[in-house]
Write a new protein. Sequence first.
Length: 348
Amino acid sequence: MNPPQALPDALKAVSAARRQGAARVWLVSIVLFVLLVGVFALSLAVGDFDVPLGQLPGILFGDGTGGGAYVVTQLRLPRAVAAVLVGVAFGLGGALFQRLLRNPLASPDVIGVTQGASAAAVICLVLFGVSGPVLSAAAFGGALITGVIIYVLSRRGGVNGYRLVLIGVGVGAVLASIVSYLMTWADVTLAQQALVWLTGNLNGASWDKVVPLAIALVVLGPAALLLSRALTGLQLGDDTAAGLGLRVERMRLLLLLVATALAAFATAAAGPVSFVAFVANPVATRLVGGARVGLVAPALTGALVTLLGDFVAQHLLGTQLPVGVVTGAVGAPYLLYLLATANRAGRV
């Protein structure tokens, strides 16, 4: 093959590979969406009072009456919507953290962000006896403040992924010890309430919790998609990204703020649902193979994991449990596997 012909052939091959990758991403996203809709319908239909699936469209669009309509619209629908939105927020936040820092361990529940939310919430619950919106606001503020502290402590000489993870783990350990002390010191009733919240719980989810999270996603979701365009350059390294014209520190800070805010809103709505942010991006990446996964697939994966975990926790374990019990049981072995493989590779 002569040299003039080699370049067009190479460009055609690259273009074909990109089209195939984009097609696989779309296919995976569509399959995840269909599965999500299926689990969402089951979440509305199954329970102590079963509702036929065929009645759901009429109930959801205002034509249903009777006990079934009340159960679906007032009890199950807010919980299912909350699970989806919480999963989307955690999935987006985890994907941004992991890709920005080029570290699969850099998710908000590993590096201390959700521990900050937990500490703030437990302090308000145990010391001041607050609950409801004030508790959610405290969790949100705690997550944001912890994220800022971790960023400042790890900023020396530029933010390094593994340094931020190590500092985040240390900060998270300190906050976890504070939570443990307060739990042992608190009244039994308050400690029990705090423990349920700390596990990650969608019981009693209402529209009061859904609406703020939905508004946050309307703002932060497009911001994440817009800022994610800079991720490709940042993943090449600071020098290369700067050479491409990116304002490295500014873009990194904006991405970290958006990711932290997503995790903070999700934690404020449902508590620190463990490992959803941690597994959403790796699972989506494996599903799409070597293609550029984007953010839609991790968001759908996070939503599916949370909603399916809540369905299992409600109906398939013999007794109703918080959703965080199921997601923790799934995510913890994956974390151990990741740590073991990273250790063998000499990265930790």
